[in-house]
Write a protein that binds this ligand. Structure first.
Ligand code: HEC
Ligand code: HEC
Ligand code: HEC
Ligand code: HEC
Ligand code: HEC
Ligand code: HEC
Length: 487
């Protein structure tokens, strides 16, 4: 009886919540958690209790503790009670099997939804979910990159999900969550579902707006033509940046520290000709002990596109974006410098960060530009809101998720990026070097302050001019060596 009641009540709740979710599309993710996972567990528990109760009762009857009711294990169709019970049982089973079918399908869909992955464990997944919504993949479901198709990966991901539930309940998960994710499905099986390498693109324009940390917040724009693949798209990815993922090319590297930052050993293999070239970092070579235990990793999309979806932009980038979109008024003197100074330290939590930002900006203008504070109060208010908004989308103090914890390796300024290999120091035994030539990967088309910018001749390229005078340091050092320390 208890089992039947538990099962019946759960079923009613499931139907009720299910109906609710049809009428209210915006149901919280917890509604799904109850409808498709917790309540069905109770339903099944109730159903299991029924036969257990029957067996116990039968044993008691056998032992003579309870009076015998009819013959054991016998259905008598001439008895109206037996007939009805059998009918109810048969009908109930059919309905339940049908509902279970729908239920499992819904449970599957629910456990694959962005709501389930991104919101259920709100505190833990907040950085990933927020950054994801500000990326070009905001309409791609989490599971399309993290799980992919096929039962094997589905089961594997749910099993590791159970481990994660345990880590969250016992509060034993790392802050920040560790990357690289060791058992992420190979990119070739996920990214290539939507991005088809045989039909890869030719050149792509990238336009960046920067504002310098001077009193006028001087604008400095750079337009680059990225040589994603060969110069003619008909040649596919036989040259250029996406040459690395040409199916006939295999690039392997060893990553002794397991963080994919320093890559002292790189091997390039041409599968068609069998040519193999080994490049070693001449300044920081791999140690013999590291080489002995290492298993080389084959380079794929994720080695460059480390942040296709969870982009934690550095303050320099999101402040520049805020200024160019108008969220932070460019007319406020020194605003870039002020923002850089206050947005880079690590605050304990978001509230402290917000309060400190507000106080710092107000104090700065009070002390340095009192007339601006007096006459342009709304602009200052707007700048504070813009900074806080940029901060909340890109820096997550509680989970320690920042641009430093999760570097974006697509370029070479804020993080090592391409220069992890292309630093001009990886050389083969025959003296071949992985090139650092500024025109290998892109051509600079325009650079400078609008109105006074340099423009490249048709089909030509400009020599890079560093926006502030640093002599020739940019030619010798890695950009990230300084740019990481600017924060
Ligand atoms: C376009 C593909 C893509 C989508 C969509 C995507 N991710 Fe990711 N995710 C990645 C990649 C790539 C990494 C980095 C893996 C690495 O560095 O090893 C990553 C890393 C993560 C990490 C590790 C911590 C971190 O920030 O790097 C978590 C957690 C995560 N994703 C959760 C999610 C959630 C939740 C969603 C949906 C809201 C989602 N992902 C959607 C590709 C994706
Ligand atoms: C379910 C399909 C899907 C999957 C899987 C997917 N993407 Fe995308 N991706 C898209 C779509 C759609 C866009 C275009 C978005 C737009 O331009 O609005 C896109 C855009 C991009 C862009 C271009 C962004 C830009 O700035 O123009 C890159 C780079 C990219 N994806 C890389 C990846 C990588 C790396 C993976 C694997 C981790 C991946 N994608 C997985 C659908 C997908
Ligand atoms: C060697 C590094 C590297 C690898 C490996 C790599 N990419 Fe890219 N990819 C780039 C760069 C650099 C760009 C252009 C820069 C930008 O968009 O900011 C780019 C651009 C793209 C774009 C945008 C094209 C456009 O026209 O907007 C897509 C989509 C893309 N890559 C998908 C992939 C996929 C899928 C893989 C794996 C099969 C992959 N990439 C492997 C470096 C790489
Ligand atoms: C793991 C090491 C590694 C990383 C990281 C890497 N590359 Fe490469 N790249 C190589 C190797 C090795 C070669 C081949 C060098 C040779 O044979 O001369 C190469 C060649 C190239 C070429 C010339 C291809 C051709 O023949 O036309 C381009 C362009 C290129 N890389 C762009 C990039 C960009 C852009 C990035 C960063 C987004 C990047 N690479 C990151 C290892 C790497
Ligand atoms: C191995 C390939 C590669 C080489 C070599 C390379 N770059 Fe880049 N560069 C990139 C990629 C990839 C980006 C990122 C484009 C993007 O933002 O999507 C980039 C971005 C840039 C930017 C734009 C940054 C911004 O945010 O405005 C500048 C400027 C630049 N590179 C200058 C240089 C200079 C100078 C050199 C020579 C010392 C150089 N690059 C060598 C691949 C390369
Ligand atoms: C010796 C240190 C140093 C090196 C090396 C260096 N930079 Fe810089 N960079 C700076 C300083 C300082 C600024 C000024 C910061 C400011 O005004 O906000 C700057 C500013 C910039 C800016 C303007 C960005 C902004 O929003 O303020 C760009 C773009 C840039 N550098 C590109 C590069 C590239 C590309 C390389 C490598 C080829 C490089 N830098 C190497 C020190 C360096």
């Amino acid at each position: 009886m208890t089992g039947a009641i538990v099962a019946f009540v759960s079923l009613m709740f499931i139907l009720f919540f299910y109906t609710l979710s049809i009428f209210y599309q915006q149901g919280s993710s917890y509604l799904g958690l109850f409808t498709y996972i917790i309540l069905p567990a109770f339903l099944i528990l109730g159903l299991i209790l029924i036969p257990i109760g029957m067996i116990l009762k039968m044993q008691r009857m056998k032992r003579g503790v309870e009076p015998l009711e009819g013959k054991l294990w016998m259905i008598d169709f001439t008895d109206r009670r037996h007939r009805n019970a059998t009918l109810v049982f048969a009908f109930g089973t059919v309905v339940l099997v049908f509902l279970t079918g729908i239920g499992s399908y819904e449970a599957f869909n629910y456990s694959e939804s962005v709501k389930f992955c991104g919101i259920t464990c709100h505190k833990v997944m907040e950085p990933e979910h927020t950054a994801y919504q500000n990326s070009e993949h905001a309409n791609v479901k989490c599971v399309e990159c993290h799980v992919g198709e096929g039962a094997g990966w589905y089961v594997r991901s749910k099993l590791s999900g159970l481990r994660q539930v345990w880590a969250v309940t016992t509060n034993s998960y790392p802050h920040p969550i560790q990357t690289p994710i060791a058992n992420l499905r190979p990119a070739r099986e996920t990214c290539e579902k939507c991005h088809w390498p045989e039909k890869f693109y030719s050149a792509k324009m990238v336009s960046e707006k920067h504002y310098l940390a001077d009193s006028a917040n001087t604008e400095w724009d750079i337009d680059l033509r990225m040589k994603i693949a060969a110069s003619h798209s008909a040649l596919g990815n036989s040259a250029g940046i996406h040459w690395h993922i040409n199916p006939n090319i295999k690039i392997e590297y060893i990553d002794p520290a397991n963080d994919r930052e320093a890559l002292p050993w790189v091997r390039s293999i041409n599968k068609l000709t069998g040519d193999t070239t080994l490049f070693q970092d001449t300044e920081a070579p791999i140690t013999d002990s590291a080489l002995r235990v290492a298993i080389p990793r084959t380079m794929d999309c994720m080695d460059c596109h480390t942040r296709p979806s969870h982009k934690y932009r550095s303050p320099s980038v999101f402040i520049d974006n805020g200024i160019s979109s108008g969220d932070i008024p460019v007319t406020l003197p020194m605003i870039k410098k002020v923002a850089m100074d206050i947005l880079t330290p690590a605050w304990e939590n978001r509230q402290i960060a917000h309060d400190t930002i507000r106080k710092y900006v107000e104090t700065f203008y009070k002390n340095t530009y009192p007339d601006i504070l007096a006459n342009h109060k709304p602009d200052i208010e707007k700048a504070i809101t813009g900074m806080i908004s940029g901060y909340s989308k890109n820096i997550f103090p509680e989970m320690k998720a920042t641009w430093e914890a999760y570097p974006d390796h697509i370029g070479h300024i804020d993080a090592g990026g391409c220069f992890r290999c292309h630093n001009g120091k990886h050389s083969s035994s025959s003296g071949k070097v992985i090139s650092r030539d500024c025109n290998l990967c892109h051509n600079i088309m325009t650079q400078g302050t609008p109105g006074q910018e340099e423009i490249a001749p048709f089909n030509g390229a400009l020599e890079f001019k560093h926006p502030v005078d640093i002599d020739n340091a940019w030619k010798e050092m890695a950009c990230a060596e300084c740019h990481k320390k600017l924060y």
